[in-house]
Design a protein around this ligand. Structure first.
Ligand code: MTE
Length: 326
């Protein structure tokens, strides 16, 4: 998803078709090695020295999601190769993301719920069941990885919020703080980005067992570069649906417009289900590159999770008349 082309929000095709990380593989491995040194010395990008929730991880491994059918991507790669536009448009934002202050972290629950409220992240985490799930993670840019996340089902969070009968969508918003996130400074990108980052799903999607609120990864609290202290992960959708560092959750009756949908509705639509047969307007989605090996592998409908989610979209077409599944 970049930028600095004709429209500043566009991902250049080169990103999707010949990912620079593989062209610059040596540089990449060097970066990963650097992160490895950090690990060995007990310092890791993204992990606060004293995280009060550290003892919760990894949580009990859910046997239904113990094996994603692909090798888990090494942690050092994952925490140093990120999309987090608040901290910059390159993949190398892990150092910049260290500026994120994750304690205290308050989450506002608003909209079509019994009573709007705010809750500290450390209180929220005591009310849910933490477990570990290994999920595939497929970016719209046609790269993928496999991640041992820890967290809790989104449906637990929905139940906690007590939505009323008008609630049809759940919207997730990321923090908005140009003081710590240079990408949010009005001077950047002509101030044209519709911050805060937001994404939303239908209530049916939110209540699907796959939808996961991530608070940990690789047996620890989730790294700042990956969206600490709490992010979404929807493994059957392109990664941009999975908002990071969430501090506001709103239940709505009308479908909200998300960050990327505002910037490029033809490229980053609301549904964004992984579908090898529906090409991105500027590149094919038929295959993806494994982030670790660089191997090109065929993309699978719903990223391999059709059994759990296909029924959500029976007979549906999106606004552009494209079938949401084949
Ligand atoms: N959330 C926020 N707040 N800002 C972002 O730029 N990028 C999205 C998504 N969530 C993004 C975000 C995109 S495009 C992807 S592919 C995933 O986060 C990347 O997650 P990762 O860095 O953990 O792989």
């Amino acid at each position: 998803m970049l930028i600095k082309t004709i429209h500043n929000w566009e991902i250049p095709e080169s990103r999707a078709t010949s990912e620079h990380v593989f062209l610059n593989r040596r540089k990449f491995i060097a970066a990963a090695g650097f992160a490895g040194i950090g690990l060995a010395s007990g310092i890791r990008p993204g992990l606060a020295a004293e995280d009060p929730t550290a003892g919760l991880y990894p949580g009990k491994l859910n046997p239904a999601y113990a094996d994603a059918g692909r090798k888990v991507t090494p942690e050092a790669l994952n925490i140093t190769y990120n999309n987090f536009y608040e901290f910059g448009t390159s993949k190398r934002i892990s150092k910049a993301a260290e500026a994120l202050v994750i304690r205290p972290w308050e989450i506002a629950f608003e909209g079509e719920i019994e009573t709007p409220f705010k809750m500290q992240f450390d209180d929220l985490i005591k009310k849910v069941q933490i477990e570990q799930r290994v999920y595939r993670h497929r970016c719209v840019e046609a790269w993928s990885m496999t991640v041992p996340w820890s967290g809790f089902t989104l449906k637990q969070l929905v139940a906690l919020a007590k939505p009323n009968a008008n609630a049809k969508y759940v919207k997730f918003e990321t923090f908005n703080d140009p003081e710590i996130a240079p990408g949010q400074k009005p001077s950047l990108f002509g101030g044209s980005y519709p911050w805060p980052y937001s994404e939303s799903v239908t209530m049916e999607e939110a209540n699907n067992d796959l939808a996961f609120m991530v608070t940990g990864a690789y047996g620890k609290p989730v790294a700042k570069s990956m969206g600490a202290p709490i992010r979404l992960h929807l493994p059957w959708k392109y990664g941009f649906k999975s908002a990071k560092s969430i501090n506001k959750i709103t239940f709505t009756s009308e479908r909200p417009k998300s960050f990327w949908e505002v910037l490029g509705p033809r490229e980053y639509g609301f549904w964004a289900n992984v579908n090898p047969e529906v090409a991105h307007p500027r590149w094919s989605q038929a295959a993806e590159r494994d982030l670790e090996t660089g191997e090109k592998i065929p993309t699978i409908i719903y990223n391999g999770y059709a059994e759990q989610v296909a029924s959500l979209y029976d007979g549906m077409k999106d606004e552009l008349g494209t079938a949401l599944f084949k």
